[in-house]
Design a protein around this ligand. Sequence first.
Ligand code: HEC
Ligand code: HEC
Ligand code: HEC
Ligand code: HEC
Length: 315
Amino acid sequence: MLKSIKRTALLAILPLMTALVIFTGTQRANAEPYVQGPTFCEECHKEETKIWATTKHFETYRTVHKSNYAKKIAKAVGGKKNMKRNKNCSVCHYSKEQKKPTGKSKIKYGPSCEDCHGASSEWETVHADYGGKNVKRKDETPAHKAKRVADSTTAGLIWARMTYDIAVNCMKCHGLARTEISGKAFGKMLKAGHPINQSFEIVMFSQGKMRHWLEPRSPAQLAKLFVAGQAAKLVSATEMVGKSKNKKYKAAQIQRVANAKAALQGVPGAAALISSPSDAAARAMMKAIGDQDISGLVGGRIPCAGPDQENLRKC
Ligand code: HEC
Ligand code: HEC
Ligand code: HEC
Ligand code: HEC
């Protein structure tokens, strides 16, 4: 809301707003978005939450920190041996829960809803409000819907159709591409035996156990998801390739760049992205594809077998 108000107008109403903030005790307007956790989403998204609770993302919370292997990696990197309390591990392995704007955030789950869909504190009330308490989905006006979608997107909600943005989030963890982790820490992790593998591919990894959408995606949608995943991989690996001096790390990112470039050959709008990978070029390519069905072109490039693929495709 603040962004749309002209500076002069803002100055004029500032004292009033300050008074309001003091009066209501809320500071939401300036707040950094925070993660509210899956129990919060469960209230309305029962099915999605039930499905998530059967995935590795959920199970890992109870198991991964217990092995000697995990303790060895955590120790090698430095800091707490229990990876739940080690910042070099928790950014990828765990998600937090915060109940109030002023409350403390606590590690409570494995990777969860908001790791993929965005921290929810600023969009949660907006995204599901069709225009008042008693207004049902079918009665929402088109103007209200357009504003609701735009406002919740601005506030950080990543909708299902924003597949490139979701894929960017997958790559932060699955591509070992967190900018918060130092190159040195990545080097130590890998030396101590942390996996860095090339198997992650978004279609293969999302259409099995993890699939929490009722309508299976069509071949055209899967093809677009595949391409979004490759674009995110290309951009992330290009950015991270110089991050660590560790040879394994560098080689893995170089390999990712090569794999993604091959996967994107011939895709509408991909030439600029391939010659000069960037977030903007990736978004431009997704826009150029639009609603075109590119499954004939890339369908054969989507891997057939994977860890989470029970009900994907017959190859
Ligand atoms: C008060 C009920 C309610 C809560 C709480 C809630 N949602 Fe929603 N959510 C909805 C409704 C209703 C929709 C459908 C909106 C529409 O029709 O466009 C929706 C839509 C979504 C979508 C978009 C789906 C699409 O079609 O792209 C995502 C993603 C989502 N919610 C995630 C979450 C997450 C994550 C949380 C917890 C942080 C959450 N929601 C909490 C009711 C809720
Ligand atoms: C940049 C994100 C990231 C960071 C940081 C990270 N991990 Fe991981 N870790 C992953 C991913 C993704 C996997 C799954 C890898 C795969 O199989 O492709 C994984 C796998 C593991 C596994 C193997 C789990 C299994 O089921 O076999 C262990 C153990 C582990 N990590 C420990 C750690 C520890 C300890 C730290 C902190 C020093 C850490 N990780 C930091 C992303 C990360
Ligand atoms: C690992 C990432 C990830 C996690 C965790 C995750 N989602 Fe999703 N979500 C996705 C992807 C990917 C899609 C579908 C994208 C597409 O359309 O191809 C999706 C789709 C959705 C949709 C749209 C459903 C439909 O029928 O179209 C909703 C609603 C949603 N997620 C809510 C949630 C909630 C609530 C949670 C937590 C309980 C959650 N998601 C956890 C990645 C994730
Ligand atoms: C916040 C970090 C994070 C994000 C974001 C994330 N993951 Fe993961 N994911 C992990 C970690 C860590 C593991 C390994 C857990 C373990 O082995 O204990 C994992 C494991 C998985 C597995 C299980 C693999 C196996 O070998 O059984 C699948 C499937 C998966 N992720 C899919 C996805 C998809 C698809 C996305 C994006 C839509 C995604 N993940 C986003 C961190 C993340």
